[in-house]
Design a protein around this ligand. Structure first.
Ligand SMILES: [Zn+2]
Length: 432
């Protein structure tokens, strides 16, 4: 497209807005189900994504060996014999067939401070903590609670949804190795029943089967005229409770739409785009970690920026989680101004998506997400059965894709990017 910069921008954003394609892609991904890694649902989504990517550029399938796991049933049985529904956290250790019987200790929110305050009562107990809205400044991640509980000697771990009517919450825990404990999500209502039993014994049953498995990252490159690449990433996998629509069918649909809109523009620009669709993100970011760990240093050096799309619809606000990367705010403002767009900018480190692995590799990175600091938004429904497509409006997908495309266009056109991160900067940014 040999036309002026503003005409290119208008053409690229027009392709996103004047087509139903992004909405169709989003619905197709939701149709496959929650895309839990290693399931037929994920395999169908992978095939669809590979097909769409192949219309942009040749697709590279990157195998990632990992310790796979198949979820079995879980329940919590009360002293009166009533069984409450529960959902094993990813890679929970299984209990013995007779279950794990131990006193229930309600730790409230269950932060590491709460757990320290509870002292010796945690040892040998089945602890109950609360999930919380994940896209906020004060969020304490489930894994920090889980790690603190097992370090304090807990025998079992229950995490409760923080909202009524959405069933149990899910998420990752450990890798099922030595020192890990059985852990499940429960619903808000079940937690209320359990909290009333504080100090009395309950029995936890969890089943699940571990087996070595292989996941697949999908990669495709639209080369520019030079060596440098801007990485556009989104995670493929989700959870088996629902459609994982916001998290992260929204990010996948936007990544495809932005890349498609730019596909015939980028070959004339100084920097190219690498599209990285990573899996087992919900398993402690394992797909992108393996991708970067095996990458030769010279190849890492070519990658100058990571734009990571994770949960980019479900609310009308968009925020770039920049982790305080020096120069990122200025770059984003400059990149979005020609389109009359802007996003919120949050400098705190949020390590719960694939951009964290790019930062650790020294590559300036940010995550785009919707609903930051909006606990009343649909983003509060992530990791529950309520993360379904009806929470997402077409204009939210198109706005997120437009922001993405405008940022990529500026970066590929040669805009000044944040500098690479040295070891001291990486340590400072990721310690928060
Ligand atoms: Zn996600």
């Amino acid at each position: 497209m040999a036309v002026s910069g503003s005409a290119v921008l208008e053409a690229v954003l027009g392709r996103i807005w004047a087509s139903p394609r992004i909405v169709e892609g989003f619905h197709a991904l939701c149709d496959f189900g929650g895309r839990f890694a290693g399931t037929a649902s994920e395999a169908r989504a992978q095939a669809f994504l590979a097909e769409r990517l192949s219309t942009i550029a040749p697709v590279r399938r990157e195998p990632v060996p990992y310790r796979g796991w198949t979820r079995g049933p879980a329940r919590v049985t009360l002293p009166d014999g009533q069984a409450l529904a529960a959902h094993a956290l990813v890679r929970s250790v299984a209990t013995a067939a007779a279950g794990l019987t131990a006193p229930l200790v309600d730790l409230g929110r269950g932060t590491p401070v709460d757990i320290a305050r509870a002292g010796k009562t945690v040892r040998g107990a089945i602890v109950l903590v609360r999930h919380e809205f994940m896209l906020g400044r004060d969020h304490v991640h489930r894994r920090r609670k889980y790690d603190a509980a097992r370090a304090a000697g807990a025998a079992g771990f229950l995490i409760a949804a923080h909202l009524p009517g959405v069933g149990p919450v899910t998420g990752s825990s450990g890798d099922g190795g030595a020192g890990h404990i059985p852990c499940v999500g429960v619903g808000f209502e079940e937690a209320a029943r359990l909290a009333a039993l504080d100090g009395r014994p309950v029995t936890l049953h969890v089943d699940g089967v571990f087996a070595d498995a292989e996941a697949t990252n999908l990669l495709a490159t639209i080369p520019g005229t030079g060596e440098a690449l801007v990485v556009l990433s989104a995670h493929i996998d989700g959870h088996d409770l629902a459609e994982s629509a916001i998290d992260n069918a929204s990010g996948l649909a936007c990544a495809l739409a932005a890349a498609e809109a730019l596909a015939d523009v980028v070959p004339d620009l100084p920097r190219g785009i690498e599209i990285g669709l990573f899996t087992i993100e919900e398993w402690a970011l394992a797909g992108s970690e393996a991708h970067l760990a095996t990458m030769p240093e010279a190849d890492r050096a070519r990658r100058v920026l990571n734009v990571n799309l994770d949960s980019v619809a479900g609310d009308d606000t968009l925020t770039a989680l920049t982790s305080g990367v020096p120069g990122m705010d200025a770059f984003l403002r400059t990149a979005l101004a020609p389109a009359g767009l802007s996003v919120g900018l949050h400098p705190g480190f949020m390590g719960n998506s694939d951009h964290a692995n790019y930062l650790r590799a020294g590559i300036p990175a940010f995550r785009l997400c919707a609903g930051f600091e909006r606990p009343g938004s649909a983003l509060s429904l992530l990791l529950t059965r309520a993360d379904t497509r009806d929470k997402v409006h077409p204009h939210q997908l198109k706005t997120a894709a437009s922001v993405t495309a405008a940022v990529l266009l500026a970066a590929c056109s040669g805009a000044a990017l944040p500098p690479r991160l040295d070891m001291a900067t990486i340590a400072r940014l990721t310690s928060g």
